[in-house]
Design a protein around this ligand. Sequence first.
Ligand SMILES: Cc1ncc(COP(=O)(O)O)c(C=O)c1O
Length: 414
Amino acid sequence: MGKLALTGGKAVGAPRMEPWPPVGDDDREALLKALDSREWCRLTESSAVGAFEQEFAAYQDARYGIAVANGTVAIELALLAAGVEAGDEVILPAVTFIATASAVSMVNAVPVFVDVDPDTIAIDPEAVAEAITPRTKGILAVLYGGYPVDFDRLLPLAQANHLWLIEDAAHAHGTEWKGRKVGAIGTAGTFSFQMTKSLPGGEGGAVLTDDEELYERAMLLHNIGRGMEARKYGHVVVASNYRMSEFQGAVLGTQLSKLPSQVDKKHENGEWLAAELTRIGGIRPLKRDPRVTKRGYYFFVMRYDREEFGGVPRDRFVDAMQAEGMDVFPAYDIPIYANRAYHQAGRGNTGPVRVPSLNPGPDYDNMHLPVAERFCREEQVVMLHHWLLADGPQLQKVVDAIVKIKDNAEELLS
Ligand SMILES: Cc1ncc(COP(=O)(O)O)c(C=O)c1O
């Protein structure tokens, strides 16, 4: 019998923490109010969705916000509002959730995957520069785990090449770059309020922007091509229905009031945990950068170095952590282009309505981006954001479990 829980020893034990998402009387009251109003769709003056989208935009330092059904269609809407057309190339990172790429495919544009920076897992600006062609229309940059992209390099690059920059900020509620919250630093930004996210609404999403014209277009498109004054049938563009329901809007309103203090606490605990990991060695946090003035979190991302753990593979380390009571996991364990979905879809316009002749597009079958592949397959270990709401002594257990595994790594090799 070994010392590690996986080899029969006593587990460190899971930290005590509140379950996610948090539920309070304010959420119950808001939901009941929406129910009793019998106005379950946002098409009224007193809409909870209308109030929420404005409050959320203000929180993220954006002038305009449009709440939508989820984070996936938020990206589709942002792409359409930015003027994407079938066959256009959109540059995006290979490390993300598939929705970033599938949204590009769904509007019949072509996802062009590029590699990420090994220290931040943000899209690599040099790789972006190399991927630009005359067909490129924009950059869809993911704020991975909540870590911002390098706006100082991406914005001038976008500008010089007449590209839009959309931030997929599904992970990044509350994140700040040089004192400004993300979402409208580029042309537009999109968020997810799916239940596990740091602002949970069951499902939900938003598009934020400072660009009035883009906002007007997105507003029109999101309501089947008509203005918000309309219960009427005057549709001016052909579009889909992206609207958020009043139930989502109601619960997001109360959840938003809890977000700022949660973001602060997670930021502080994240800084503490990052310093502890650096001390342990072999399991690195993302790079500290003074321009990142506040870290919003979806994942607390750790990079595992097998060599420093006596040759124990990443997945065996994850099993050992779970046995100790730590709910860590490898997250997205392959780059997006390696998904069967992209291999089956073929090349070019990979959406459900195939227009393959428009643009041959990249060869996903034979694509290899080394940083993304190593990170996804060998290094990435994540913890969900709400663990950072645990009190210090509870979070200490994560550190204790890692140290214990490192000290007894040989038990995991037999
Ligand atoms: C990076 C990223 N983009 C987009 C989405 C899509 O959001 P949703 O699940 O709300 O559709 C997700 C969802 O997890 C995501 O992680």
